[in-house]
Structures are given as C-alpha cells and as structure tokens.
Write a protein that binds this ligand. Structure first.
Ligand code: SF4
Length: 570
C-alpha cells in the first residue's frame, strides 16, 4: 500500500494540531502517519525530516500563520521526491485553489472545506494505488491542467471518534478539543460566519472532558467558535465540569472557552460562580463598542448587554477572563477606537488582547474592502494597513500600544502603576501618550531591556494629571519586585534605612515569625531568606508597610506578596 504523511506547522512549539488527528481518524486502517513542526523551525531540517519518512504523498494543513513555510517545504519535497503527491488542505487554501494550482505547479491536489470526508475518499483510493480524480471537494491536477470536483457533505462531528487515545506526545503542549462547529453569528471578517452548526452530544463531551481531567492534562483549549451557543447546552457542560473537578481534586486541568458574553444568562452565571479557581478560562470577543462599526461587520448583539455580562464575568474572581479588541475595523476612527479601548479596559479583565483586522480569504468582508477603504497586505496574514477612517500612522501607533499593553498590563509588568496612572487619565490616553513619548525616544527602533521600559515610564508618568512622584516611584518598585527578585533600576530604587535593614534581619532571625508567613515550605530559614525579599513602602498602602515577596510562589497567586509590617514598628 502507498503511504501518506500528514504534516502540520504550529505557530509555537506548545501548539498541537487537531486537524491531523481528525484526518487520521477519518481514514482508519490506512498507512497514514503524522508529523508536527512549528513555523520557527529551520525549513531545511523539516524537509529532511519529511523525506526520511519516504512518503508516497504528503499532506499539509494550511493556515494564515504557516502558509509561507508550507509552500517552501512542499516545493522542496516535490523536487526531492518527484513521484510524491503533494496535498494541501485547510482554510488558507480553501477559497482560491485554482489560483494556487496555477501559480504552484508542485501541488497535486487541494481539498477545500472540512477535510475529513474528502480526505477519507482520497486516502482510500490513493493508498490502494487507484486514481484520485474522484476525490470530492477538491481541485486535482491533471495532465492538461486541473479539475474541480463536486463538494461532499461534511462528516458530522459525532461520526468522528475521540482522537486522543495516547496523551504522551502532548506532555508540554496545549490540547485542542472541539464540541461544536460553526457559529450562530455572522461577523463579516470571520470564516465561521458561513459554516453550518454541528454539535457533539453533551454526554460524549462530558465523558471526553473527564478523560482530560483524569489524565491531569494541563490545559485544554476548546476551539468551538462560540462555545456558549446555545446557553443551556453550555450551562450543562460547565455544571458537569464543576462536578468533575470535585471528583478529581488532584486534577489541575484548565479549560479555555471562547464565548459570546451577549448569550450569558443569569442561570449560567450562577452556575459559573461555583467553578473552583483555575478550572475555567474565558475569551470574550468585544472587538469594538462603536455601533456603526459593529453594524458594518454584522455584529448584531446589544453592546450594553454584552458589556454588562462581560463585567459580571470579569468580577468573578474564580474565573480567568481574556477580552479581545480588534483594531482597523470598518468605520472605526482613532477616537471611536479609544472609546472601545477604554470600555474594554475598565472591565479589569485578566488580559486585554488587542488584535488587528485580518482580511481572510473567503471572509465576506474581503469582498467589501473598497467600500470601507481597507488596504491590507498581499501575503498572509492579510493584515489591515489602513482604512478610510484610520490612517497607516494611526494603526502603527496602535501596534505600539498593543506591545505596551502586552508587557505592562497582560504580562503584569506595571499593573499597580497603571492603576495609579489611570485614576485621572483615561486608559487609552495613558497608553497613547506613553507610546508617543517612547517614539520620540526612539524606543521602538531597537530591542530594549525591560528595565529601560520601567525607567522611561518613571520619566514619562509625572507629566500625567495628578501624579504624586513619590507614590509613582513606590508603585514602580512594587511592580518591579512583583516580577523579579533583583534590585530596582537606580532611578526609582527605594534605599533602605538602617531600621529597615534591621527589620529584615530580625524577621529572618525569628524562625517562629518566618514560619507564620511562610508555612510548610520544608526549607531552612537561610534558604527562605534567599528565596524572598522584603521591601518597604511609605505611601503605597496608605501607611508605612513592609512587604514580603515570595519568589517561590507564582506571582499571580495570593500569597506571593504579603504585608508583614505588624511584626515591627516601622
Ligand atoms: S467572530 Fe466569533 S462570533 Fe463572529 S462569526 Fe466568527 S466565531 Fe462567530
């Protein structure tokens, strides 16, 4: 029998490919192997690896993040193994297969749309050495050019068996899992807008989620486009997960769901209130709060209702919530984007993710770019460069704001300082003015150490309204110590008095006091002294405070820092 090798390129090492597992399950009993790489690998190493399988056909799973390396590698494989059939599939090649066939003569067949059913037909014919020209949903090269075949009905999710029998290849990777396909909404920039809905039965979902918990998987990322549609189905699954977390108390599995906050009901929020911390993580798409923009892209929810539910989710300390914004949407100006940013920022989500509009092949918005003056890059990821309402320079500024947001807010480099800066100044203004200041300093033109960013923030922030420089200094020092145990940069360091040095000495000299604050560590006082730092603040907490930072704990967990000043008169 002829053999097939299926290849996927993740964007990072930690990513894994669900698509390859589905395809292999769709054609059981055939000599199909899989190989996963990531886009940061050396293409020459990847080519050598693929050749070592001596495959008769190689299939590549194509997305916007990997199409560049896929075409490079596939071309070389064809040159080295001229008899090997090159098969492409995935969203990035599903909408312009004839164009790709004409411009890349090493491609033998492109499958479009959901791949399982057509791949099954292809594999059954190919492995037996039969003609593949009857493969459905495909564009197939022939002697004279190529033929396009009729679409086949997609396999139902329920017809594909569970794909994770062996978890050993995923020890340090995210596990992707799917309980539904399609989306009830019709956002014009999204491929899911046109996909029909398909659901796995809830009973099967719960059994499979239990498998992940029983096996103590670190994180399961559900790829369902809007997991909480319909709300009652999602509530049943959340409720079952909460029950399972009680059944498997040792399991630390975290489940990540993309949801629409607009669909959340009071009943579901009430169920979620019982989720133990660490079990559930949500990604909530806000994208914009500008009404005209939302109408232009077909997002039809009520923004006040969505923001209300999102705020209630973010206020639940037991959940981890990410909210998303998209820059460069139609009719969004810098001013309306600033309002969207401020609305999203005020939710105080765990992460605020700022993405940029991508004009995906096959998305309805790609056909309307002229109407909105959207200009985007020719190559994947087809990112917006400018629109009729937002200039290239304004979008470049937003890229810099995104980078600052990631470091200062999402990576928590300056969470406490940002609280101080945004008391009197809207959050967008803080980021926008800081980005402009850094542009003036040439900050973005070369790689910078994190310490330099802190020092620039210390130099910039006193220009904002009502900033007390002494509190700013302490706030930056607190943020610095929240990330690292090393001394602060000199510009905002907090020199210690002799009394404060003596406090630290006495604290660690008293084993009873130490064990009160650092119980059950199994470490000697000397070891604990090396793993901790005590810093002194006179204004940050309203009255003088000594703070113990414990670098043996995760910085975002309670207990990483605690005020210990009651032990001594500061
Ligand atoms: S962007 Fe999200 S909500 Fe909109 S159609 Fe796509 S998956 Fe559905």
């Amino acid at each position: 029998m002829k053999t097939i090798l299926l290849c996927a390129f993740g964007a990072r090492y930690s990513h894994s490919s669900l698509a390859l597992l589905y395809l292999r399950q769709a054609a059981p009993g055939l000599p199909i192997r899989t190989a996963e790489y990531n886009i940061n690998e050396n293409p020459s190493e990847v080519i050598e690896s693929i050749i070592s399988f001596a495959p008769d056909a190689v299939g590549f799973s194509c997305y916007i993040w990997n199409i560049g390396i896929v075409l490079k590698v596939a071309s070389a494989v064809k040159k080295l193994l001229p008899e090997c059939a090159i098969l492409l599939g995935g969203p990035e090649v599903s909408f312009d297969a004839p164009v790709l066939m004409r411009s890349h003569d090493f491609i033998d067949i492109i499958i479009h749309g959901p791949g399982e059913a057509p791949f099954r037909c292809f594999a059954q014919s190919f492995c037996r050495g039969e003609s593949i020209t009857s493969t459905p949903s495909a564009c197939i090269r022939t002697d004279g050019g190529f033929v396009e075949t009729a679409d086949i009905k997609p396999l139902s999710l329920a017809d594909i068996p569970f794909v994770y029998d062996d978890l050993s290849p995923y020890a340090n990777k995210l596990i992707y899992y799917e309980t539904s396909r399609g989306c009830p909404f019709h956002c014009a920039y999204c491929l899911s807008a046109e996909t029909s809905l398909d659901f796995l039965p809830v009973g099967r979902v719960v059994r499979e989620l239990e498998f992940f918990m029983r096996n103590r998987v670190r994180q399961v990322k559900l790829v369902d486009r809007t997991f909480n549609y319909p709300d009652s189905r999602a509530r049943e699954i959340f409720s079952a997960l909460i029950d399972l977390s009680a059944k498997y108390p040792q399991s630390r599995t975290n489940f990540h769901f993309e949801i629409s906050a607009s669909l959340l009901t009071n009943e579901t929020l009430a169920v979620l209130a019982f989720a133990p911390p660490g079990l559930i993580q949500f990604e909530v798409g806000i994208q914009s709060t500008h009404g005209e923009t939302l109408r232009a892209v077909g997002r039809s929810h009520s923004t006040p209702a969505l923001m209300d539910r999102a705020a209630r989710l973010c206020a639940m300390a037991n959940l981890h919530v990410h909210v998303d914004l998209i820059a460069g949407l139609p009719l969004e100006t810098s001013d309306t984007f600033a309002a969207s940013f401020n609305d999203a920022y005020r939710l105080s989500a765990d992460r605020l993710q700022l993405g940029f509009l991508k004009l995906l092949k096959g998305s309805p918005l790609r056909a309307k770019t002229d109407r909105f003056g959207i200009v985007y890059t020719d190559d994947a990821p087809y990112e917006v460069l400018k629109t009729a309402s937002m200039s290239y320079a304004e979008l470049r500024r937003l890229h810099r704001i995104e980078s600052l947001l990631d470091t200062l807010y999402n990576d928590r480099a300056a969470r406490r300082t940002l609280c101080l800066l945004t008391v009197q100044c809207p959050p967008y203004d803080v980021f926008n003015r800081f980005a402009a200041y850094l542009e003036g300093q040439g900050f973005f033109t070369r790689p910078q150490a994190l310490a330099s960013l802190y020092e620039h923030l210390y130099a910039f922030a006193p220009g904002l309204p009502d900033i007390d420089v002494a509190t700013l200094r302490e706030s930056l020092a607190f943020d610095w110590f929240s990330r690292q145990s090393t001394d602060c940069p000199a510009s905002f360091s907090l020199p210690q008095t002799n009394e404060q040095k003596a406090f630290t000495h006495h604290f660690f000299a008293d084993a009873n006091v130490v064990s009160r604050y650092l119980p059950n560590t199994g470490q000697t006082v000397r070891q604990l002294q090396r793993r901790c730092r005590i810093a002194f603040f006179s204004r940050l907490f309203g009255s003088p405070a000594a703070v113990l930072f414990d670098y043996g704990q995760k910085p975002d967990l309670p207990g990483f820092w605690q005020i210990i000043s009651s032990e001594v008169d500061l």
